[in-house]
Design a protein around this ligand. Structure first.
Ligand code: ADP
Length: 481
């Protein structure tokens, strides 16, 4: 382990949680103890909000140019320390080293991109309907932001929200997942090293429910930005009415992938077998429900089973590993339960779905390909968040769209075709906030990322992500006769 941290970071100091509680951090590859870390609760959140509230007075008055200098230095720190911080991410999350390095690079890019973007938060002057008035609109930082994030992207999830909120001039009380504290310590160290003033970012690894309730009750917290399950998103929506806490929600997905019969089947099957299992399927935009045109269904199923069975499962530090372990035994067991339910529905598992024979310890599952199921299956209805690839046949565009849209989720969808008309009609007909056409990575620092339906509210990344942390103000000046 490279991080020397294990405490909370509040008002510029690394301190123990007030009640001195500690939790163990477990390596999901070996099931061995990595360390113990300080685990706080609402009492720690209270002093963190005090610090953030006080710091907002001066941080909100800084120029975006000064904030940019700090964020860019933090980005440089992440790039310079890539080996060490990627190592710790693999240790705590189990993901393959290459994926961890890629994720940290994107986290650094987010700091840099928002450093630049905040300089362009232009307002506007509106021609007045009255000769004696002048009207303009400006953007101002919201205030203290609570940022609660999930473990699946231990650097990307927090970096995306922290960078935008800090660049906007807000102060932050961050509560990342207790399963991945090391990455959060590194992100904090980067900002501290870059000269972020005390109180501007406060880090709690803490009891989620009590901290969440505290943040919702405290009127000084103007917004909660949340990345996680739809279940918790709904708890936050219920609580938000108490002090009108604004919310940005990145919730669950259940992404359809529609593959038409005009594609090069082998090439698409090969890349699909990688894309589906990136980060072990623990991705909210993970391609999940594979709708394959009936003319190529059998061929696609055979090819994809072959490619998936060739994927290497193992410790993320090992060369050539495609899939690490799932994050916890609970997450692994939930995937087994989904597979058992599917089996009872009559599903056929073409490959995988079992513990790898060569790995005695760790929360590993062989990646699975499943057929002989329909829209009523648990694998169509439920976000899997694990290494299972269910395949469903479809007949034509309308059939594919009806099946793809048959979900409460609306985050991402994917379409593969060489027919321009099909691509346009499919992209317009899909009820999702993000549509990838002939590509598996429809996201980027500069692009708006957000879900329709029950997948969320608001956007992260892109310029939209910046304005999530700013309020619009109309200034009307009268008496100019
Ligand atoms: P996942 O299933 O992806 O872990 P969760 O929604 O359970 O998603 O967790 C995402 C984040 O939300 C984590 O930081 C977790 O600690 C936090 N969380 C869990 N329960 C609550 C809650 N009741 N209120 C606020 N945050 C919560």
């Amino acid at each position: 382990m490279n991080s020397t941290r294990n405490k909370q970071f509040i008002n510029g100091h690394w301190i123990e949680a007030l009640d001195r509680q500690q939790l163990p951090l477990i390596d999901p590859s070996s099931e061995q103890l990595i360390m113990h870390f300080s685990y706080g609760n609402a009492e720690d959140a209270a002093i963190a909000v005090d610090a953030a509230h006080l710091a907002f007075k001066s941080w909100s008055k800084t120029t975006p140019y000064l904030r940019a200098e700090i964020l860019k230095k933090a980005a440089d720190y992440l790039r310079q320390n890539l080996d060490a911080i990627a190592h710790d991410m693999v240790l705590e999350s189990g993901k393959p080293l290459l994926e961890a390095r890629g994720e940290w690079t994107v986290a650094a890019n987010l700091f840099e991109w928002y450093a630049e973007e905040a300089k362009r938060a232009n307002g506007k002057v509106i021609p007045s309907s009255r000769a004696d008035k002048r009207s303009s609109v400006i953007w101002q930082p919201m205030g203290v932001i609570g940022i609660i994030t999930a473990w699946n992207f231990p650097a990307y999830n927090p970096a995306r929200a922290w960078a935008a909120a800090l660049a906007a001039g807000c102060t932050v009380v961050a509560k990342p997942s207790e399963f991945t504290p090391l990455s959060a310590y590194h992100l904090t160290d980067a900002l501290v090293h870059a000269g972020l003033p005390a109180g501007v970012l406060n880090l709690l690894i803490a009891d989620a429910a009590s901290v969440g309730e505290f943040l919702l009750d405290d009127g000084r917290v103007k917004k909660i930005s949340f990345t996680g399950s739809t279940r918790v998103g709904k708890i936050l929506m219920d609580g938000a009415s108490r002090t009108n806490t604004k919310l940005s929600l990145e919730l669950g997905g259940n992404a359809p992938v529609i593959i038409f019969d005009d594609v090069q089947v082998d090439a698409v099957a090969k890349v699909a077998s990688i894309a589906r299992f990136r980060n072990n399927g623990q991705v909210c935009i993970a391609p999940q429900r594979f709708y394959i045109h009936q003319n190529i269904f059998k061929q696609f199923a055979e090819l994809v089973s072959k490619y998936v069975s060739e994927l290497k499962v193992g410790n993320g530090f090992e060369e050539g590993v495609n899939l690490g372990p799932l994050i916890t035994s609970k997450q692994r067991d939930s995937v087994y339960t989904l597979l058992e339910t599917a089996r009872a529905e009559g599903a056929e598992i073409l490959t995988g779905g079992i513990k790898p024979a060569n790995l005695a310890k760790g929360y590993f599952i062989e990646p699975a390909v499943v057929t002989n199921i329909d829209q009523t299956s648990i694998l169509a209805k439920h976000e899997i968040f694990g290494p299972v690839m269910p395949l469903f046949p479809f007949t034509d565009l309308n059939d594919a769209l009806a099946k793809a849209n048959d979900t409460e989720c609306g985050l991402a969808a994917y379409v593969f075709t060489n027919n321009l008309k099909t691509a346009i009609l499919a992209s317009e007909g899909l009820e999702f906030g993000i549509v990838g056409i002939n590509e598996w990575a429809p996201h980027g620092t500069e692009l708006p990322f957000g879900g329709w339906k029950q997948s969320g509210q608001g956007h992260e990344s892109g310029s939209e992500g910046l304005y999530e942390y700013m309020e619009k103000k109309l200034i009307s000046i009268g008496g100019i006769a």
